[in-house]
Design a protein around this ligand. Structure first.
Ligand code: ZN
Ligand code: ZN
Length: 290
């Protein structure tokens, strides 16, 4: 109730400009729609650039509830990751607007929707806004975003977990190969370093922290390979990358408000002792300035 129960949706604004960038269309986009209708629509047709980190259900399921889609002259540019083997974004994303799932079909929406399939790279979005993308570690292709605008940097890192050595088996295992173990460790380290560099100097980093470290490595029910990070990992990466503000995000749906309160004060205490990163647990409706 305090931190919110909607799934991922971030709103990015740029000073006094009317520009609206949205990251992910989780259920939170329904409330954003109401806000945009009040504050943006009176000034003219709504233009949105919607960046999807990935197409897992919790990150797209709010899309049909984005009311401006039903208003003529609304423009929505959807950006998101696809791999070579996959259908284009328009198909992946458009498929959920079929009668089987929803009474309104994609063709019936009044808005003009355009799709751009993204890979790793840097793109000039115009108006001094640039975006760089980086593949993260999740069961499906996920992009981390690094937005840069007039010297300010905002990064996203969800859903993701640290890369690890996939060949790290015990020497007693018949598949053990010393050379592969060594190479695997190097490859994981290299990828993790690239991710850290991707966040370098960010004013704000919003990072996946679904688990505590103990939950992540708990031998009875380990969460390794599930594609989500621990609070401890996010704090370490942010410190290494010289991040100014770190927002802990993508909370476990079972996590209570009280647990998050306790985690936040505990993390703040440990961070204050050794780092300058300002750490906050992300809360629905919260505004953070770069
Ligand atoms: Zn996911
Ligand atoms: Zn997710």
């Amino acid at each position: 109730m305090k931190y919110g129960g909607n799934t991922s949706c971030l709103e990015l604004r740029f000073g006094e400009e009317d520009r609206l960038v949205v990251i992910d269309a989780g259920t939170g986009i329904r409330e954003l729609a109401g806000h945009v209708m009040q504050t943006d629509l009176p000034k003219g047709p709504i233009k949105t650039e919607l960046f999807l980190t990935h197409t897992h259900w919790d990150h797209i399921m709010g899309f049909p509830f984005f009311i401006p889609l039903f208003i003529p002259n609304t423009e929505v540019k959807v950006f998101g990751p696809v791999s070579f083997e996959d259908d284009p974004l328009s198909k992946i994303f458009g498929d959920m607007l079929r009668y089987r799932y929803w009474p309104v079909r994609l063709e019936e929406l009044a808005a003009n929707i355009q799709y751009s399939d993204l890979k790793e790279g840097t793109m000039d979005l115009g108006g001094d806004l640039w975006v760089t993308t980086k593949y993260l570690n999740h069961p499906v292709l996920v992009l981390g975003y690094r937005f840069e605008y007039r010297g300010k940097v905002f990064c996203t890192a969800y859903d993701t977990e640290p890369f690890r050595n996939l060949f790290d088996v015990s020497p007693d295992d018949p598949s053990y190969d010393a050379e592969a173990v060594k190479e695997g460790a190097l490859a994981a380290e290299e990828e993790n370093n690239k991710v850290t560099e991707f966040f370098r100097g960010a004013d704000i980093l919003i990072h996946d922290t679904q688990y505590t470290h103990n939950e992540y490595v708990n031998p009875k029910s380990p969460k390794l390979g599930w594609g989500h990070s621990s609070f401890e990992h996010a704090v370490n990466v942010a410190h290494k990358a010289g991040v100014k503000k770190l927002l802990l995000f993508h909370h476990d749906p079972d996590r209570s408000d009280h647990e998050l309160d306790v985690i936040e004060s505990k993390i703040r205490r440990t961070v204050r002792a050794k780092s300058r990163v300002e750490v906050m647990v992300a809360r629905e409706g919260m505004t953070v300035e770069a």
